[in-house]
Design a protein around this ligand. Structure first.
Ligand code: ATP
Length: 229
């Protein structure tokens, strides 16, 4: 199916304003990420990073320009296939009320437990889960255990990995991780085939990417490898 196409991503002159708001949030944004590459996205708060990410799985539609995933315009993709192939981890992780297992498996009771564990290991959350008395059966959310910000972020990343997305998008999803854990996470993700888009405030994280896209007030003001910029 379409998912086997690989995670190439292209923005061509993409502009966007929120419905009913005249001010452009993204202004003729163009860039290209080859399948399997890692792109770091940087820019001040409000520069349009999250908005840009949300256009890829069509949470919002670009006002002008085109976005291509695996060479196919996102408007041509069946929405479900598009969203299956894109793993978007939002800035604020949203966990359902239920067990860790349910959260990882999206409620799919037939999910293969070893695959969920493998994703949890890559996301550096397996060890924490293993320390809970009820392990993967531990309830989170209302009346469940209180997970730390970093644990929630890692669980959200694991949940995205379970679906084996061809494009994995992390919207500042490692902000609460300590340096050592974050390094271990990037090492584990380096072994993944997925294309990665990573919003980050950290130069060190951006240095590990193949390319960096720098946004300022919705415009691309820098684009290239760390050495280029
Ligand atoms: P941060 O680093 O703080 O997350 P960001 O670079 O991700 O910021 P966005 O969240 O994309 O920036 O926001 C870009 C601009 O769009 C901001 O001016 C914001 O106020 C505006 N904006 C975001 N979401 C909406 C919305 N749903 N409706 C209207 N305006 C919005």
């Amino acid at each position: 199916g379409l998912r086997q196409l690989g995670g190439e991503l292209r923005f061509e002159n993409v502009s966007f304003n929120y419905p009913g708001k005249p001010e452009p949030i993204l202004d003729r944004v163009s860039f290209h990420v080859s399948a399997g590459e890692k792109l770091a996205i940087m820019g001040a708060t409000g520069s349009g990073k999250s908005t840009l990410l949300n256009l890829i799985p069509r949470i919002f539609e670009a006002t002008e320009g085109e976005i291509y995933v695996s060479g196919i315009g996102v408007k041509e993709w069946p929405l479900k296939d598009l969203r299956d192939t894109i793993g978007l981890v939002p800035q604020q992780s949203i966990l359902f009320t239920g067990s860790i297992l349910e959260n990882l498996s999206w409620g799919d009771i037939e999910a293969q437990v070893d695959e969920l564990e493998e994703a949890a290991k890559k996301a550096q959350i397996h060890e924490s889960i293993d320390l809970f008395p009820q392990k993967y059966g531990t309830r989170v959310g209302q009346k469940g255990v209180n997970l730390s910000g970093g644990q929630k972020q890692r669980l959200s990343i694991a949940r995205a990995l379970v679906r084996k997305p061809s494009i994995l998008i992390l919207d500042d999803s490692t902000s609460a991780l300590d340096v050592k854990t974050e390094m271990a996470l990037w090492d584990a993700l380096d072994g993944e085939e997925a294309t990665m888009l990573v919003v980050t405030q950290k130069i060190r994280t951006a240095q590990g990417a193949d390319k960096i896209l720098l946004l300022d007030e919705g415009q691309v003001v820098g684009y290239g490898s760390h050495a280029d910029l």
